[in-house]
Design a protein around this ligand. Structure first.
Ligand code: FAD
Length: 330
């Protein structure tokens, strides 16, 4: 309790997607007392709608993303190891190779992993629950007051006075971030197509599941739509995705040979330059938002650099490309 007798954790994180929970774990292991507020249920939004590609070398990523992507790739084994040792749940890589189809018709074979976000989510959640992190679901961040003396007062179900607040509300952050809808479908792979690698163009990807309950199926994704917070599915969009996929792997064209198992839509948190915002917002508020198409990939690096920023340490990479100020007046 502080002078106002309000509960006062060291760190309050708003939003329990993969970004918020990865950061919560990192700060917990650096010794902070962490509370996480989640408006609905943890890891039920973009972080479980994702395909799970760790697309470090996707030629269509913004070039400025590469150092953060490479840092995340290097941190991923330890990230998954930490989650497994806390939760007892192993999250395997589903694929180790991506065939990237270039606009000139050539192909590149990339050494790149993917994982199943629906395996990662329960493991990450169990890991968080195995610590003293105070995760409060169905608890929305409603309003924030920050005084000139850098005192924070946060309203949710009751009031809190954290030393620091980190915004990780994904597409709902309302701070220079907009939702970009992605529809996706999962199909049963035909026996003649035992797919082991991701196939990807600029407009379509096919991501096989090779391990776990979804083995033998593949995701076909995803649309990129400015549709506000709408997450409705449209059969014609799914048909279009399937026809693009069939241009790469013709046996996916047909509902008879590759029947649809399920379909869904999620909301990517996007900025105008497709780079995340990893920055201080005020003396005691921080932003870790706007991970757009790569939030699963970027979670471990985001946790590491944000924890450094919050602790006043120098992050392992230059964060200038991710400064909030770059987006002002754009
Ligand atoms: C179709 C699709 C495919 C994708 N494929 C990939 C991929 O292959 N690889 C990859 O790396 N990334 C992929 N992504 C992107 C990735 O899913 C996102 O970048 C990432 O999940 C963003 O995580 P987040 O934690 O910021 O957001 P979210 O997971 O959306 O979490 C934000 C959370 O904040 C909560 N919240 C909002 N407002 C409040 C509030 N006021 N108070 C409390 N809580 C609040 C929400 O309820 C939500 O739980 C894909 C995304 C989509 C939609």
């Amino acid at each position: 309790m502080n002078a106002n007798s309000l509960p006062s954790p060291d760190i309050l994180i708003a939003g329990a997607g993969i970004i918020g929970l990865s950061l919560a774990l990192e700060l917990h292991f650096r010794g902070a007392q962490v509370t996480v507020l989640e408006r609905s249920t943890a890891l039920q939004h973009a972080s479980t709608a994702a395909a799970g590609m760790l697309a470090v070398d996707d030629p269509h990523n913004p070039p400025a993303l590469l150092p953060l992507s490479q840092l995340s790739r290097s941190l991923y084994p330890a990230f998954l190891q930490r989650i497994e040792s806390l939760s007892g749940l192993a999250v395997p890589f589903q694929t180790d190779t991506t065939i990237q189809y270039m606009p000139d018709g050539s192909t590149q074979r990339l050494v790149e992993h993917s994982l199943d976000p629906r395996q990662l989510a329960p493991a990450l959640l169990e890991a968080v629950r195995a610590t003293s992190i105070d995760l409060r679901e169905h608890t929305e961040l409603l309003s924030i007051t920050e005084t000139h003396q850098s005192l924070l007062r946060v309203e949710s179900n009751g009031e809190l006075s954290p030393a620091k607040l980190i915004h990780t509300q994904g597409a709902w952050a309302r701070l220079q971030v907009r939702p970009v809808k992605g529809q996706m479908l999962r199909v049963q792979l035909p026996a003649t197509l035992p797919l082991r690698e991701v196939h990807r163009t600029e407009h379509i990807y096919i991501v096989p599941r090779t391990q776990g309950p979804q083995a033998g199926t593949a995701l076909i994704g995803a649309t990129l739509e400015d549709a506000g917070f709408d997450t409705a599915l449209h059969p014609e969009s799914l048909d279009h995705l399937r026809s693009l996929a069939a241009q790469l792997l013709p046996s996916l064209a047909d509902e008879a040979t590759a029947p649809q198992v399920e379909a869904w839509a999620g909301l990517r948190p996007a900025t105008t330059d497709s780079l995340p915002i990893l920055d201080a917002h005020t003396p005691c508020q921080f932003l870790a938002i706007g991970h757009f198409r790569n939030g699963i990939l970027l979670a471990p690096a985001t946790a590491a650099v944000m924890a450094d920023l919050i602790e006043g340490k120098s992050p392992a990479i230059d964060l200038a490309p991710f400064a909030a100020s770059r987006l002002v007046n754009r």
